[in-house]
Write a protein that binds this ligand. Structure first.
Ligand code: FAD
Length: 451
């Protein structure tokens, strides 16, 4: 059988003796039935071994500041994925609890042949994986279904910035930016009953923060993601190169929540964008963000385990921030003041409110937002902690490598270069309100989001 998946996208995590039961795909980051290389790799194994295929998701309620806002998006998306898989004869179940507790027992109960899972560079997810692997003895594989170029193939080391990763990615795109297979061989159906999962009950009983609740203006799931992609590719992408830095213009794709929850494949987005009838400038500007910048963030978290700490900042930034620790700070705010948007700066407050109320702050403002937190905190490590906490708590796309790379870029010069020295910022790039006024109509944005 011709491989469904490029073998360089798959890496072995553990050897072992196969059981007589199904192939199991432990779905984590890539929560979709469509265009999913990890599912396809497991599918191929199931067909070749003539075994059924089971897909399992472990639901952990304690996940990096996630609230009901993010869990409701996740659960509705997963419910759709479950229905699509079931229609195709693939059994899907959700196990609740820490993966190390629930998954090894499930694999033993079903005498699983082998385990497939998707790739996530975040520490917590790597810890889960290591804990599960320590408790099983079947072969296990990891598949990068989130990056167009698998993170470990793109680069074996921490990259300095986009300029060093870009040529590596571009060299590999002809190999990896391929269409997904259309016709899949039949897989043996799963005949036993799996313990049923009550989605509504889960939504009402899940022990997570509920005061930050569901956002009904966002429709979760692969169907909604593909529809958003269609709208973006047919009308909005044409102004991406000129309009994406204007928060009053709808030129960004709004796909980040779907990408974060793996409800759409970045590779599908790239394939559709590359075919859109727009100027080369717009298309290239979008693919630079979607592929190079996004995959640079995965590279950062994969090779820098302290990605959410000031220790991950480049040396020039750490040293110059240290040199400016004693600089006067005319404005200082606590976490609570930031959270309630109670600063003296109407633009910052409006951006914060956009994040809190809409669930997604405009990309250009995220840079300003992060840099002002640095300016108005006592120390960079406090600024980084506050930025990550608010980002993870309120953004639908938070708790993502892009978020940790974004705050580290704003506050600590990660992936950036040294700039002329300024008070407080040292050599870290500075942004101010006048700069924003030169780029877009600040008052118009404040009028919409300011209260
Ligand atoms: P589009 O402009 O349409 O871009 C398409 C996709 O490209 C995005 O969905 C994203 O996957 C990727 N992308 C775009 N810009 C970047 C970037 N600068 N770095 C990496 N990938 C990028 N992104 C998140 O996904 N989650 C976060 O929690 C997050 N937090 C951020 C915090 C700060 C302080 C900063 C400076 C940036 C952050 N970003 C984050 C990156 C970026 O702002 C968002 O990805 C983007 O605004 C999402 O909107 P969109 O999908 O409409 O973007």
């Amino acid at each position: 059988m011709k491989p469904l998946v490029n073998p360089r996208r798959v890496r072995s995590l553990a050897d072992g003796r196969s059981g007589a039961g199904p192939v199991v795909y432990w779905m984590q980051r890539d929560q979709r039935a469509e265009d999913n290389w990890a599912l396809l790799a497991a599918w191929q194994q199931a067909v070749e071994r003539q075994r059924p295929l089971l897909v399992v998701f472990c639901l952990v309620s304690d996940f990096l500041e996630a609230t009901m806002r993010q869990f409701s998006f996740l659960l509705k998306g997963l419910e759709e994925t479950s229905a699509t898989l079931t229609e195709r004869g693939i059994a899907f179940t959700v196990l609740t609890g820490a993966p190390a507790k629930v998954l090894p027992a499930f694999l033993r109960e079903h005498d699983a042949a082998c385990l497939y899972t998707d790739f996530n560079p975040l520490r917590l997810c790597r810890t889960w994986k290591a804990e599960v692997l320590a408790r099983i003895s079947i072969p296990a594989f990891e598949v990068d279904a989130h990056n167009v170029v698998p993170a470990w193939v793109a680069s074996p080391k921490l990259e300095v910035g986009a300029r060093t990763l870009r040529p590596k990615i571009h060299r590999l795109l002809p190999e990896f930016l391929e269409e997904f297979p259309r016709r899949l061989p039949d897989v043996l159906p799963w005949k036993q009953k799996l313990s049923s999962f009550d989605w509504d009950d889960c939504r009402t009983s899940l022990k997570v923060r509920r005061d930050i609740g569901e956002l009904t203006h966002w429709v979760p799931g692969t169907h909604a993601a593909l529809s958003q992609l269609k709208t973006f590719a047919s009308s909005m992408i044409s102004s991406y190169d000129t309009g994406r830095n204007d928060p009053n213009v709808r030129a960004q794709s709004d796909l980040s929540p779907y990408l974060h929850f793996g409800q759409i494949a970045p590779q599908r987005v790239a394939l559709v964008a590359a075919r859109a009838a727009v100027t080369e400038e717009s298309c290239n500007a979008f693919l630079e963000e979607l592929i190079v910048r996004r995959e640079l963030a995965d590279n950062f978290c994969l090779y820098e385990p302290r990605y959410d700490s000031v220790d991950a900042f480049p040396r020039w930034a750490r040293e110059s921030l240290q040199d400016h620790l004693k600089d006067p700070r005319p404005h200082r705010y606590t976490l609570e003041q930031f959270e309630r948007a109670e600063t003296h700066d109407a633009l910052w407050n409006a951006a914060q409110r956009q994040m809190v109320n809409h669930g997604k702050m405009h990309g250009y403002l995220r840079m300003y937002w992060g840099k002002k937190i640095l300016e108005w905190c006592r120390e960079p490590h406090e600024a980084l902690a506050i930025a990550n906490l608010l980002n993870d708590r309120y953004e639908l796309d938070g708790r993502d490598p892009n978020g940790y790379a974004g705050t580290a870029w704003s506050i600590g010069g990660v992936h950036d270069r040294a700039w002329p020295t300024r008070p407080i910022f040292g050599k870290v790039r500075y942004m101010n309100l006048n700069g924003c006024r030169g780029k877009f109509d600040v008052d118009a944005f404040v009028n919409v989001w300011g209260t």
